[in-house]
Design a protein around this ligand. Sequence first.
Ligand code: OSB
Ligand code: MG
Length: 369
Amino acid sequence: MKIEAVELSVLQLPYVHFFETSFGREVDRQFILVKVLAEGLTGWGECVASEQPLYSEETTETEWHVLKDFLIPALFRKQTSDPAAFYQAVKPFRGNPMAKAGLELALWDLAAKEKGVSLRLLYGGTQDEIQAGVSVGIEDTLADLVARVEGYVNEGYRRVKIKIKPGWDVEACAAVRRRFPDILLQVDANGAYTLADAETLRKLDAFNLLLVEQPFAPFDLWDHSRLQKMMKSPLCLDESILGETTARQALEMDSCRIINIKVGRVGGPVEARLIHDLCRERGVPVWCGGMLESGIGRAHNLHLASLPNFTLPADLSASKRYYHEDLIDPEIELTGRGTVAVPDGPGIGVNPVDERIRKATLRREIFRP
Ligand code: OSB
Ligand code: MG
């Protein structure tokens, strides 16, 4: 298709409730929306970096720079709207996966809309609903944490993940487990520990956790491998898995036994599907992570998570868990089965509401070939 324009907008949306991880508390989210216009169709993508380089090196500002000065010009030079061709064209640019993913996602949405099919079908997804999990941040007190978990369990979420950090780990798990002995429970440290904390981390084995996510720093495959030998709970890597190569190496080193796939962290759906397929061949389960996306990014996650090896519940919650007013109408809701349906209209299958987007926009720029 002939691309007429690419539009970038920086948005800011307040959370319903603060979200605290081992790297701090956030009350709102800043992110870039990508719109690709071609032949009367619009493809939508979302870039998942936030204002500060805490989860990874990228920020909304670096994404803007890389999109404006490198990725959008490369797309225009290539004169294509094909997501796989775009993936190849921007491969020489090192890193910056979240910037790349935002634009590649918009091209996938566009490609599916051109064919008039759901993005799930274009990906070859086999599941039409996704098991919904919820990611619960660090709270001020253990009582607050248990109360939050209780609310989500009552809403029907199939699995709960709690954020941990040194000083908020064993007791937090004990408190949640005491109240809910049988729920599917997992923890996420966002890299807050080192091997010196191995004794504390081993205590987590007592809580029958589905997995322990990213205890050590992103670069540290080796110490994860050493920790996995000391623990019964499966380790799962998030930040460490940058693409198919690190995924293969992590599995070969036994640094983890489960992988969290986030389309932004790995540079887009092409790379995400390579990781999915590698894990499938090796019998390693994967699940779809989230970055507190708006309904646009979350719709994309739903389509990706429909692939067959996404067998564990995803960090995919209802719109109202994140935002007072999501950017899409209708918003994303849980089914009575603790799942979220994969939208079945063309492309991502959700309707962005221009008025809501305009209200949340801080800055906007349009680029033409
Ligand atoms: O590590 O999974 C993470 C949100 C922001 C940054 C990192 C992470 C998260 C989450 C949120 O856990 C999951 C969601 O979007 O529901
Ligand atoms: Mg994580």
